[in-house]
Design a binder for this molecule. Structure first.
Ligand code: G3I
Length: 395
């Protein structure tokens, strides 16, 4: 039935009788640039999964999972390979979807000709600059944003040396050098520093703020902080922590984005209701911070995720929508930019037995929270359950 409903809604949308709707449409109606997803070659080769990825109502932006990384794009010195990434970029362009391009300088997925090359400081800098000039030059004008430097910090906020050919050979100066090289190759791209465990206030987040100040002090441009957001169901907490953390980055004059959001729950005993609430918390936080330009999930289906046995995404392994889908829709607000939330995976809410306010919210729908003006009573047998100050849900 949900499939039939989607087909009917799509048919109606094509007639203009109802507005097209989806995760990205709602994000844009809330004033954001996009709601996006990581996409891989595996997804492109799976027709059913790829049909979901192609739907621009749900996804207005792609990030390549591995196809733009150093080992994929420069497998041997001076030889560049773009075939797999080009296919993803072409699909995004055909569907009017933005590209966040990922990632230029990272200690992981670096080919052995770099890590085992025993290059001196000056040679490694020239290798890095040459890589950036070629890869950013190849995609010039096609990347809304680039993750220029990825995961350069330790958990205490200090610069990573151990295990990083860049940090151990060049020192932290590789960071501003990389940003300057990326800016020279594509002056229009938004240049991001991207890392995990910087989502909430703490030593690593403070370290990332210091890194941004350091890049600026060198005179190199930096435009954004990428919060990866690899999270765990039940440990997400309240939106207010994410809001104040994002605001600290915004105060430095940069954009912020959730760049790799996924929320793990054990697939042997999943808690999809809590997972839905946790997704809604992140959306609610982004919605409250004007510098938060969008959210990218690290994949969209549990069929293709980097974390095994964790069911962290929005569609299940059979490509059916999970509760998180409606929770995200409702957390963004209505497709016209405010008002009553809707639901697409549950039956429409009954209106005849509404005890107050003239409507009831369906299972999984939002039913309360600061600024929320929609239905506050849940359809039977569900109860309006407090998730955080910005989001209560019918569970
Ligand atoms: O391509 C080789 C293939 O030739 C080989 O046969 C196979 C055998 O294991 O490995 C293949 O490479 C794998 C690669 O993904 C491509 O599939 C690597 O083993 C595997 O480690 C690699 O994992 C990726 C991981 O980054 C590497 O650290 C994940 O797919 C990717 O989702 C993950 O993404 C990162 C972000 O880029 C940065 N932030 C964290 C995030 C999650 O770890």
């Amino acid at each position: 039935m949900p499939a039939l409903k989607s087909i009917l809604l799509a048919a109606l949308a094509s007639t203009g009788l109802v507005a097209a709707d989806g995760l990205n449409s709602r994000a844009k109606a809330a004033g954001k640039k996009y709601f996006g997803t990581e996409v891989s070659g595996q997804v492109l080769n799976d027709g059913s999964a790829n049909a979901i990825a192609k739907n621009a109502e749900d996804f207005g932006q792609y990030t390549c999972e591995n196809e733009m990384k150093f080992d994929a794009t420069e497998p041997s010195r001076g030889t560049f390979s773009y075939g797999n990434a080009d296919k993803i970029v072409a699909q995004a362009q055909a569907n009017g979807q933005l590209m966040r391009c990922h990632a230029l300088v990272w200690h992981s997925q670096v080919p052995s000709w770099v890590t085992n090359g025993r290059f001196d400081n000056a040679t490694l800098i020239s290798i890095m600059k040459n890589h950036i000039a070629n890869v950013v030059g190849h995609y010039k004008g096609k990347c809304y944003a680039w993750d220029v430097v990825n995961e350069a910090l330790n958990e205490d906020g200090s610069y990573r040396n151990s295990g990083s050919v860049w940090g151990s050979t060049i020192g932290p100066a590789f960071i501003p050098i990389a940003f300057a090289a990326a800016a020279a190759a594509d002056p229009a791209a938004k240049l991001y520093y991207n890392d995990y465990n910087c989502d909430r206030p703490g030593a690593k987040s403070t370290g990332a703020q210091n890194l941004i100040k350091m890049v600026k002090a060198y005179g190199a441009p930096i435009h954004g902080m990428g919060l990866q957001g690899h999270l765990t169901t039940g440990q997400v907490g309240s939106a207010s922590q994410y809001v104040s953390n994002m605001q600290a980055f915004a105060n430095l004059g940069v954009d912020v984005a959730f760049t790799e959001l996924d929320i793990a729950t054990p697939s042997s005993s999943p808690n999809f209701g809590q997972q839905a609430t946790d997704y809604a918390t992140i959306v609610s936080a982004c919605k409250q911070v004007s510098a938060c330009v969008g959210i990218t999930t690290w994949g969209f289906t549990d069929k293709y995720t980097w974390i095994s046995n964790s069911a962290p995404l929005i569609w299940n392994t059979n490509l059916q929508k999970k509760p998180a889908y409606d929770a995200i829709l409702n957390a963004w607000g209505s497709s016209s930019g405010g008002g009553t939330p809707t639901t697409t995976t549950s039956a429409p809410a009954a209106t005849s037995s509404a005890p107050s306010g003239g409507c009831t919210a369906a299972h999984w729908a939002q039913c309360g929270g600061q600024g929320y003006t929609g239905c506050k009573t849940c359809e039977a047998p569900y109860k309006c359950t407090y998730g955080n100050d910005w989001y209560s849900q019918c569970l």
